[in-house]
Design a protein around this ligand. Structure first.
Ligand code: SF4
Length: 245
């Protein structure tokens, strides 16, 4: 196979947040969403990244394989939106998996059609961010439609692929009970969902927006408190979905 060139922002070793166990996370550049709470506006444009060959990146990731294996982890490709560079990302995931690493893809799901069913068999876990259930809220949060995300979730479920669903709780933006219960009911009907996470909004991304001269739309929005998260978890639980908070 031809070695593909991709663009990455950076990679992190020893992450305990981006999938099970201890992970190496590759942050790709390029994203078609513009989430109001994005922590990584410096990954929005493909060319903001450094070019790298897939084989080179696989070799780099594999240097940390003993630690990842000892920590029952693996590699996670995140972003940006990794599927902007789907062929490159698949080559990296396939290369790592062929060498025995657990593979995860952290995605907003909207470009899921770029992956074949065979590709999906090479991904051990999909971390699927569903930014909102309600179409209007999803547009407001991300600037994009939710339908392709829903379709991708349903396809993963049909194929029996493991997934974790993640939802960012933003006071006054995504916390409408109807929005959350719609999402909870949808998730309750999906096979393969191993975990649902509610991630509380915080202000840590703000500096990056300001550094880039961007107007941060959530400058006046308070961080989600522990009570907010527990109240959201109760809405999910009332729909039969247990959540990790
Ligand atoms: S999908 Fe992720 S990287 Fe893209 S804008 Fe939203 S939060 Fe940022």
């Amino acid at each position: 196979m031809q070695d593909l060139t991709g663009y990455i922002h950076s990679y992190t070793t020893g992450s305990a947040y981006d999938g099970p166990g201890l992970r190496t996370v590759v942050w790709t550049t390029g994203c078609q969403f513009r989430c109001q709470y994005c922590h990584n506006p410096d990954t929005w444009h493909l060319k903001d990244g450094q070019p790298v060959q897939a084989s080179e990146l696989v070799n780099e990731v594999m240097r940390y394989a003993p630690f990842m294996r000892a920590g029952r982890g693996g590699v996670t490709v995140s972003g940006g939106e990794p599927l902007v560079q789907a062929p490159f990302v698949m080559e990296v995931l396939r290369g790592c998996r062929a060498r025995g690493l657990h593979t995860a893809l952290d995605t907003n799901g909207a470009l899921g059609d770029r992956l074949s069913d065979e590709d999906l068999q090479e991904i051990d876990l999909v971390l699927l961010d569903i930014k909102s259930w309600d179409g209007a809220t999803h547009r407001r949060v991300t600037g994009a439609e939710v339908d392709p995300v829903r379709r991708f979730a349903e396809r993963l479920a049909r194929l029996g692929r493991p997934m974790w669903v993640r939802f960012v709780l933003v006071p006054g933006l995504t916390d409408d009970p109807a929005n959350m219960s719609g999402l909870a009911r949808f998730v309750a009907g999906l096979q393969g969902v191993e975990r649902v996470e509610i991630l509380p909004f915080h202000q840590l991304g703000r500096g990056k927006w300001e550094a880039r001269g961007l107007n941060y739309p959530l400058a006046d929005t308070p961080a989600a408190s522990r009570e907010d998260v527990l109240a959201a978890a109760a809405v999910f639980q009332a729909c039969g979905v247990s959540v990790s908070v």
